[in-house]
Write a protein that binds this ligand. Sequence first.
Ligand code: NAP
Length: 496
Amino acid sequence: MSEATINRPKSAMKFVIIGAGMAGILAGIRLKEAGYSDFVIVEKGDSVGGTWRDNHYPGLHCDVPSHHYCFSFEPWAEWSEIFSSGPEIWKYLDLVAHKYGIMPYIRFNCAAESADWDGARWQVKLATGDTVAADVVVTATGGLRIANYPEIKGLETFAGECFHTTQWNHDIDLSDKRVGVIGTGSTAVQITCALAGKVAKYELFQRTAQWVLLLPNASYSAEEKEEFRRNPDKMRQLYDEFETATYVQTGGAIMGTDPEARAALIKNVQDNLGSVRDPVLRAKLTPDHEVGCKRLVMSPTFYQAVQDPTVEVVTDRIDHIEPKGIVTADGQLHELDVLALATGFDPGAYMRPMKITGQDGHTLDELWAVRPIAYKAMGLPYMPNFFMVEGPFTPFGNLSLIRVAEWQVDYIMKCIEMIREQGVAMAPKLDATLKLVAQYREDAKSTIWATGGCTSWYQDEEGVPIIYPYLAEQFRDEVKAPIILEDFEIGPLTTA
Ligand code: NAP
């Protein structure tokens, strides 16, 4: 081990963080707080915010309460509602990036194309043609980033406006248009609530009915916000309460570890469905899978929206698309002016299409040839001093991913300290990673996400959930515990 690499001054450590969304901003804040200053956050877009910048469809809200969907160390008194809108969350992230002095570290319009380990450092190649060297790389590219376009015959022949929900065209005045939306996930449900009754005709093309949890939203009054400003402890208290509500109660209800909470959840969604007056429409909207098998859709007004006279829920299978609209299997042409594809994302992309080549020429493509794997959702075998925030098997679902990212970044910071102090390259061992993933996959097979009688983006091609199979609290405890050194290959840097 070279003397020069042991106990390096923090100023000698270089970092590249990929992505300036919530997780990239967080990683920057933690690096700065720890005394590191030589880092760059490379961001493909022209502003911070990640998913909250990329998604801007009508009705976009977060279904996690805002006083918990925020950094635990940065409560915000200005949230307008219990469940805030996408633009407000985007604004919050921008404010935090400015307040913590992260903006000067970000290189915008600068996608990372590849990262190559040279034995001591990563050489990160950017789309601009530049290469940046880094002792440590952290990818913070988000979970659902690459749009999923459905394979429907004739889609490209549609003569009206057609876009994926991430590409919403706000230039079109929809008020006199016939609008079709394909999908019934959280995105489609929020769009339906926003557009029902506000367009000439709205058709929701549903392949699978969803359970919808009734969660009323409400605005915070000027007095409540003033109280939050005067007494930030109120916000901290709310943060903790919402953490218990989402992580413990909703998590336990979905996973069935809390039978009482599960019974209350089932009663809520069934009563909510029962509010649909027309029995034919109610039957159409009745799911055939167990509550919580798919990510639970939460909405205060969905069933109200679908009962609007201008809304039709179409359950006949889509046969093909023609210039004038969608033709369903019963031969009916649904004429449309605008078609929005609320058909979700590729959940297996992570930081790809970025190319990563680690120790001895091992590549990410080779590691993930069968399916994405990761050590504790953060590490990759043969990829020394390389970490992912929200990699494969991250706890996902109806919870705040910001909280999960905080736990992950804390773990990554522990590794960074070790790398700096000991002058080492550390990567999880392949066998430790495969053992952990095998255990996750085995245990995932008995979760509601596999047994509940649905298909969803939570599942891999074999139907096995790709998310952390236990309660999120367990993940927190796992990553807060000391690093399990025997799970890692820890060796000298070879060319420093
Ligand atoms: P999604 O949950 O994956 O839903 C995609 C929808 O498109 C499903 O209804 C699916 O039907 C349908 N679909 C896909 N291909 C189709 C085809 N060829 N023909 C007909 N229908 C097709 O996507 P999403 O609604 O964009 O949500 C993705 C995730 O983003 C959510 O689960 C959540 O994690 C996150 N999200 C969160 C919020 C929030 O408030 N926190 C809001 C929006 C999104 P099937 O069900 O039959 O497959």
